[in-house]
Each structure stands twice: as C-alpha cells, then as structure tokens.
Design a protein around this ligand. Sequence first.
Ligand code: E4P
Length: 215
Amino acid sequence: MLFFIDTANLAQIKEAHDMGVLDGVTTNPSLMAKEGIKGKDNVLKHYVDICNIVNADVSAEVIATDYEGIVREGEELAELHTNIVVKVPMIKDGVKALKYFSERGIRTNCTLVFSAGQALLAAKAGATYVSPFLGRLDDISSDGMQLIRDIRLIYDNYAYETLILAASIRHPMHIIDCAKIGADVVTTPLNVITDLLKHPLTDIGLAKFLADHNK
Ligand code: E4P
C-alpha cells in the first residue's frame, strides 16, 4: 500500500520523506490556505516546491468548476512538473474533464467521492486515482470503510485500473482497515503516520533493554 501525506506543509512533507515511507502528496485548497499560500503565482510555486522535495505524485486541485476552466487549469498544473496529478472534483464537468485528461496522458485524482456510483463514474472516465473521503463519511455517522470495500469489489469485478486513494483519514485504524481491504493508497496527516509507531510494549521493552545494557 502506498502512503501519501495529506498536507501542504513543507516541513511535514520533508519529515515524512526523511522517514523513508512517503510515496506521494495530496493537497487541497483548504490545506493550501492553512499554510497561508495565496495568489496564483504563490500557489503554483508552492506546488513546485513540494515536487522538489518528493519525487512522486503530488495532487494539485483545480478551482474551476466548469469543463473549459477545469481543462485550462489542469493543463497549466500538469505543465508545472512531471510529478503533478490534477485533482478534479466529482461533478459532471469534472467527469468530462477526467476523460479529456485521460486521453492525453495527464494523471488525475478524482476528489470529493462519497459513493460507489461516483467511484464507478471516475473509473469509467479514466481517473488515475479516486479519492473516497472516509473520515467525512464517519463524521456524519455513515460507514466510510464500507465505501472502500464496495469500491474495491466493483473495481476488481471489472479490472478497472483506477487506484483507490483512501482520503480524509483520521486515525491509525483507518490505515490498518484500508490495508486489509486492499485500498491502493492512503493519504493521511503526518501525525496519523507517526501514530502507527506507537505501542506501549515497544516503549517498555526498549526501556528494559537499555536499563539491562547499562547494568
Ligand atoms: C485529500 O485528498 C482530501 O482532500 C483530504 O484527505 C480531506 O481530508 P479532511 O476530511 O480531513 O479535510
């Protein structure tokens, strides 16, 4: 399973990269705003800065919601760097744009996916990645993990090549359950990756080993 980090924070991206477990980065307009990145030139420069840290897929989201605008923005983003994956919202014009990008070899990430039907449309349009938002479904008392299971089943039934990128990850069990189901990728905040390290028996065992060594 691939690990992507879900942030636009350069220090956190570098930290995850230095751990040796990072396979890519996802961003969204809210994450860019959180880092105070404003204005088109600064936003584009920030994507390049991320690509220069991680030599792997970096999702950059379009703001336009009409077909022509999505295509225009997506092509501009894709030209920035070979690592860029164009993130497109799950709307009718977005699906049409996914098809356009797919036919031209531009990699895409279909975002804001909350149902199996939406995931099926994304795959049929040739999306490289589909991003079901697990945590946001859990937040409204829906079963986010069941959606991942359903998409895995549907994609396997028809051998769709679209990769399942489980997004909106909130805690380590989301990662473990995604791995059991066979999600291709998880994108998570840095703290959820480092939370995977934690086990009290590891801490107790290490303290004992060090104490015995010093005897
Ligand atoms: C990633 O592609 C998504 O934009 C992100 O995982 C959403 O996460 P959130 O629900 O924590 O905002």
